[in-house]
Design a protein around this ligand. Sequence first.
Ligand SMILES: C[S@@+](CC[C@H](N)C(=O)[O-])C[C@H]1O[C@@H](n2cnc3c(N)ncnc32)[C@H](O)[C@@H]1O
Length: 315
Amino acid sequence: MSTETTTHKPVMPEELIGGLCVRREGNYVDATLGRGGHSSLLLYRLAGEGKLIMFDRDPQAIAAANQRFGADPRCLVRHSRLSELQASLAELGLHQVTGIMMDLGVSSPQLDQPERGFSFMHDGPLDMRMDPTHGQSAADWLQQADEAEIRKVLFAYAEERRASAIARAIVKRRELKPLRSTAELAQLVSDCLGAAARKSKKHPATRTFQAIRIFINDELQELRSGLQQALQLLEPGGRLAVLAFHSLEDRIVKRAFNDVAKPAAGNRRLPQLETPPLAYRIVGKWLPSADEIKTNPRSRSAVLRIIEFRGEGAT
Ligand SMILES: C[S@@+](CC[C@H](N)C(=O)[O-])C[C@H]1O[C@@H](n2cnc3c(N)ncnc32)[C@H](O)[C@@H]1O
């Protein structure tokens, strides 16, 4: 394992932490801890009686957090996934919390360590698992998936227009020799997409890598499950803040928030029944400023959404 050379610069830190309206003695959850950038900012606002429970599915993030936050009595660090939110909190005796944050996708250290296999910029084993102790690596999946399955993943998770050609090339190539490294996959996609794609500002393999990563880590299902559980876990006045980095993620967040915070549209031609006030309120949506995008290019596609649980029967 290489020593870490990059840190992760938190995205929209003021908007996210400010938007949570941190209560000094509250119980908070960072459900996607990463390198603890947002967590450390939240801790500045937490009194000695407050708690911050930190989760990540990546064992490396957990090891780094144990070193950084392990001695702080306000902090609890646990290896856990978004889809295990309620169960992991229940194990700690918590059934309601004051606030939850989720900062989706991969962290800079994950992207920058060649041996994690996330990036076409660094050659390494084609792995892409956020938790390398679980599930199938990208290389193993690409070795046994059928062509139609690969095409569907590339199209569904990255809208790759050349999904069929790439899937065909992958299957043809593996008949000769398995695809084992990120550089081999990046080269294959680049060759397949041709000269025009190579002239574009984006690396031709950007979309292929994104799609395979989302699939291998079951990211969208994890998000749906995590959001449903987080909404149930908020105490009255509690807030959930979510940072999404592409339209597939943001669409899921927006829908989950609208489902609980917007009244179902009735038939405008019929008399309307009085409906009880909704238990949730959408606090807002934020995009990064031009200045932030300049200093932290990773923020460029970010969308922050925050929702508040007003309490059942709120008026
Ligand atoms: C963008 S980084 C978070 C960065 C963090 N906010 C910071 O400031 O350092 C996303 C983190 O979420 C983790 N992650 C992604 N999906 C997850 C899931 N379903 N369950 C738990 N952790 C997840 C990744 O392993 C990664 O460490």
